[in-house]
Design a protein around this ligand. Structure first.
Ligand SMILES: NC(=O)c1ccc[n+]([C@@H]2O[C@H](COP(=O)([O-])OP(=O)(O)OC[C@H]3O[C@@H](n4cnc5c(N)ncnc54)[C@H](O)[C@@H]3O)[C@@H](O)[C@H]2O)c1
Length: 359
């Protein structure tokens, strides 16, 4: 396998999301789409559009036995991820798995450990992390442009389909949480999670949800997800000690704004000689420019499949690895526990020392 030889990939799951992966693998010079697998064979055949070069099948074992398949991308419902991922890993294939990594932390942990034991890449498709805007936000956080992060406020609301199997947290919050994991230095490691949900339509699950995530150092992140809002809002505000970012995903003219404004808390000693221990805090407001960084144009999924190939070829951890999927999963599971405890602050399951090594 040289750097020039495309890697062979099979996509499992050709429902709503699978075709997006298929299109991007087909267009990527790093990849050759070898097979599409779906329990619904007709669906798999439809999606490949009669191509003689791509196998459409409902038999995963047949595909896993092929030597020209280096990797498998899994786009089936979350409850099926663990079994499919572990089958592919046992067959020696690298795996890309759709968000959420699994439907419980125990499964996610087992998947991450299997990948590690087999020395194979396990990557989570946290698609938003590969958008130009999130890449830029990460860059601005990393290079210190924002200073220390003080607060993050994320809103993802619209009239959404009430999902049959999951509540609004599991449906929408993986996006916000994976973005937080990607941009926060050291990943998403809240000191706890408090979740409040409402089901005003009596749908049997939360349709409106609020997550509060205290972060180390005193900062706080807040996520609002909602299927019942007639207005669509996709906005994230990231407040820093030096600058603040506002990302409005529905405003293509100015998706990202940087506010060079902020609040400084200055500790001033009052009468240092006579009362050395007394200090007064004064607040000063900085008023500066607002500007919009230029963002390149490309499809996030094309970057994502490129990152998957890069990680395999270079034998390195991908940017959104299994461990990042597991951190997102741990927060979702803690949120469920908090909902059951009527919004109490719940601890997030710690990663095991083995997982620390993977990151
Ligand atoms: N990254 C994103 O932004 C994004 C967006 C939407 C969905 N997703 C994720 O993609 C995954 C799939 O979601 P979807 O909306 O496409 O679901 P879907 O129900 O539309 O499609 C799932 C497909 O998988 C097939 N399938 C189910 N079990 C299978 C198995 N064991 N073997 C082979 N095929 C099997 C089904 O026949 C179906 O065609 C989910 O994890 C979802 O969260 C990600």
């Amino acid at each position: 396998m040289t750097a020039q030889t495309p890697l062979g990939v099979a996509v499992v799951g050709a429902g709503y999301w699978g075709p997006n992966l298929i299109r991007n693998f087909r267009n990527a010079p790093d990849w050759r789409l070898v097979a599409v697998v779906d329990l619904d064979l007709v669906r798999a055949q439809e999606v490949i559009g009669g191509s003689a070069e791509v196998l459409a099948t409902s038999d995963l074992d047949e595909v896993l036995a092929r030597e020209d398949v280096d990797a498998v991308a899994i786009a089936t419902p979350a409850g099926t991820h663990r079994a499919l991922v572990e089958r592919a890993l046992r067959a020696g294939k690298h795996v890309l798995v759709e968000k959420p990594l699994a439907d419980d932390v125990g499964s996610g942990r087992s998947m991450v450990e299997s990948a590690r034991a087999n020395d194979l890449v396990l990557m989570a498709d946290h698609t938003y992390c590969y958008t130009p805007v999130v890449q830029k936000i990460r860059e601005l956080v990393e290079d210190g442009s924002l200073g220390d992060i003080l607060f993050i406020d994320s809103v993802r609301i619209n009239l959404g389909l009430v999902q049959p199997d999951v509540d609004v947290f599991w449906d929408l919050a993986p996006h916000d949480l994976s973005i937080l994991d990607f941009i926060l230095p050291g990943g998403l490691r809240p000191t706890g999670v408090a979740a409040h949900g409402a089901d005003p339509l009596r749908a049997g699950k939360a349709c409106v949800g609020y997550l509060t995530l205290p972060l180390e150092g005193g900062a706080m992140a807040h996520v609002h997800v909602n299927w019942l809002s007639p207005t669509k809002i996709r906005q994230m505000v990231i407040g820093g000690s030096r600058r603040t970012l506002v990302w409005d995903d529905l405003n293509p003219q100015q998706r990202l704004s940087v506010f060079d404004r902020g609040v400084d808390l200055v500790q001033q000693s009052v009468d240092q000689i006579e009362r050395a221990d007394r200090a007064a805090a004064t607040i000063s407001y900085r008023l500066g420019d607002t500007w919009a960084p230029a963002l390149p144009e490309y499809e996030a999924l094309s970057r994502m499949v490129g990152e998957f190939a890069g990680a395999i070829r270079e034998g390195r951890t991908p940017r959104t690895d299994g461990a990042s999927g597991l951190r997102v999963l741990s927060v979702l599971e803690a949120a469920q526990a908090s909902l059951r405890a009527r919004g109490a602050l719940v601890e997030v399951a710690a990663e095991t020392p083995t997982l620390e090594l993977i990151r």
